[in-house]
Design a protein around this ligand. Structure first.
Ligand SMILES: [Zn+2]
Length: 358
């Protein structure tokens, strides 16, 4: 499908370069080939520390200003504590990101493997303070909470997931229900939090849980970033979900989870499946090669999900980067980066941030 005004609201950068391009341009071919209205890059601490990945996102936006970015936190001390080193507490980190020109925040803190390293408490006072600030500011959050329920059952967890450390049934992780209940408590404490729950909040089989959140909390949305398991549920309950997405079209966002260094064609393929799932009646081979039937939703409901919800929640254009604030951030955190991260960043910082001064 072409010219559909889509925003890919959930992407990541993990690497510096692949055989197509460098990170600084890595989603531009996707933008062009998928006719994207815009895209949103969310910081992840996978291959680099969050400090480094935040800087990469900000550099990307300097190179391509029509890009939204969501920054992330470095907790530094594990399990999490309220006694962070001077100037490194989460609220200060948050303020710095907002000052630089991040459009929102990415929280991966609710993913069981991360939550465990933090101390298995999604409502820890240090996090709670942060939620209060973001709630007060109306800051948009792409929030990953929980994981597919099969990750707790060794007979159902794929080898790929086990290799990634995403099997949670050994007793050291919160259970699926415990994580879910901690999230409910979080929303009760912060009823106006503007959170978009990634991957349909892992509730494809229990849409009533998503509906309950929608009905109670006006600012909660979900994204349809795969998560192939939720598409099995959408297919199994096809008619139900057609009505669901029509009724709640103002609460749903689309994203691919497209991650550099994956090839551009994988993001292009994914957003094509997502848009056809919403807007056509096509039968297609979707994620993990299962059949997916399009919902055939058009008009305002389609436009809401394709881009209007995102623009309403985050802004109709991305915020500009404040170079002085970015310079201060790089200066402050430079000593926390690895030598490898520093070496990779130097030419980009020179080109995009300090310009001719250096
Ligand atoms: Zn993601």
């Amino acid at each position: 499908m072409r010219n559909e005004n889509l925003i890919d609201t959930h992407m990541h950068i993990e690497e510096w370069v692949n055989d197509e391009c460098e990170f600084i341009d890595c989603f531009e071919k996707h933008r062009e080939e998928s006719d994207l209205r815009s895209l949103n890059i969310c910081t992840v601490p996978t291959k680099q520390r969050n400090f480094c990945n935040n800087i990469m996102c900000a550099l990307y936006k300097l190179a391509h200003p029509n890009t939204y970015i969501h920054g992330g936190f470095d907790h530094m001390i594990y399990p999490i504590t309220e006694n962070m080193p001077e100037g490194m507490d989460l609220v200060t980190q948050y303020r710095e990101l907002m000052e630089i020109g991040f459009d929102g925040i990415k929280l991966i803190e609710g993913k069981p493997i991360v939550l465990k390293t933090l101390g298995n408490d999604l409502n820890h006072p240090a996090l709670d303070k942060l939620y209060s600030e973001m709630e007060k500011d109306g800051t948009h959050i792409v929030f990953h909470i929980n994981d597919p329920v099969d990750c707790w059952d060794i007979t159902k967890t794929s080898q790929e997931f086990i290799d990634k450390g995403w099997f949670y049934g050994d007793g050291t992780y919160l259970t699926y229900e415990e994580t879910y209940n901690q999230a409910l408590k979080l929303f009760e404490n912060h009823p106006n939090l503007k959170a978009t729950l990634a991957h349909f909040f892992f509730c494809g089989d229990m849409p009533e849980r998503v509906i309950e959140l929608f009905e109670k909390y006006p600012n909660i949305c979900v994204d349809l970033t795969p998560g192939c398991e939720m598409y099995h549920s959408f297919e199994r309950m096809h008619d139900y979900y057609r009505e669901f997405f029509k009724k709640y079209s103002n609460r749903v966002l689309l994203g691919t989870d497209g991650t550099f260094p994956w090839a551009t064609k994988s993001h292009v393929w994914c957003i094509d499946i997502l848009s056809r799932f919403i807007a056509t009646n096509d039968k297609m081979m979707a994620f993990d090669d299962s059949i997916l039937t399009g919902l055939g939703i058009g008009g305002e409901a389609k436009e809401n999900m394709f881009y209007k919800n995102y623009e309403r929640r985050v802004g109709s254009t991305p915020k500009p980067i404040n170079k002085e604030a970015l310079k201060d951030y790089i200066h402050k955190h430079w000593h926390l980066l690895s030598k490898d991260e520093q070496d990779h960043l130097v030419p980009y910082v020179k080109k995009y941030v300090v310009g001719s001064e250096n």
